[in-house]
Design a protein around this ligand. Sequence first.
Ligand code: BT5
Length: 249
Amino acid sequence: MADSLAPDAVEPLLEGRLGRPYLYSDACASTQELLDSSLQEGAVAVCDEQTAGKGRLGRRWEAPAGSAVLCSILLRPPPDRNVAQLSLVGGVATAEAVELALGLAAQIKWPNDVMVNRRKVAGVLAEAHDGAVVLGIGVNVNQERGQLPEATRVPAASLRTIDGRRHERAPILVSLLARLERQYERWLADGIAGVYADLGSRDFLRGRRVAIGGAAGIAVGIDRDGRFEIELGEGKRRTVESGDVTYER
Ligand code: BT5
């Protein structure tokens, strides 16, 4: 199967304003480093292989060459907006694109993981730079089981390990950008409320026993500001803005 993310495979499929310009290279350190804030909103960088792919909090994102969708999108939200919410906006768009490719439901594990069958198939990273936000998204597409990182906090999967099929990456990237554009427009207009119908219904942690930053309890879930709420017991609740949630499987 032809499976390329080069401009000639992707650009003819683009419909909206994300992906213009479309900056592609075979290999790079991280697509997050390819977008400088002089570029226009909607610029997208894609690589087939990253030699220093970034996760959150200094962690690494690993994917063999040619196996994944690895992209970064430059956004310019108004300065007064809470840009941490953009990882949820990116998560909703990614979950929708994964669902379209797989025909299976995808969930969002707050704040930035996209889950199918209780495994992480994609991760989102929002970084603010000089008034712009670079939103990085990695989707595991054609990795085989042995090509996924082991011993991760959240077990990993690819679309291929889930349904046993190879997937062409260009249509996944294109639908991801189209969905991101739509969800981003909703977020610009109405904040998290604008995406909540698609977000709250995909809340992976809701109702699970969880721990974050010294607090443990039952997840109430993602609130209307995109924060994460925990029921600590005895009617007490705590809301957190950021961090890593551990959960009982
Ligand atoms: C994320 O971080 O999930 C954000 C990942 C964002 C990656 C994209 S790829 C395009 C763009 N360019 C970049 O350089 N980055 C973005 P976090 O929640 O911190 O998850 C990282 C952790 O997930 C690692 O410490 C590993 O345990 C695990 N991990 C690494 N690679 C993985 C993979 N391919 N699939 C699932 N888990 C992975």
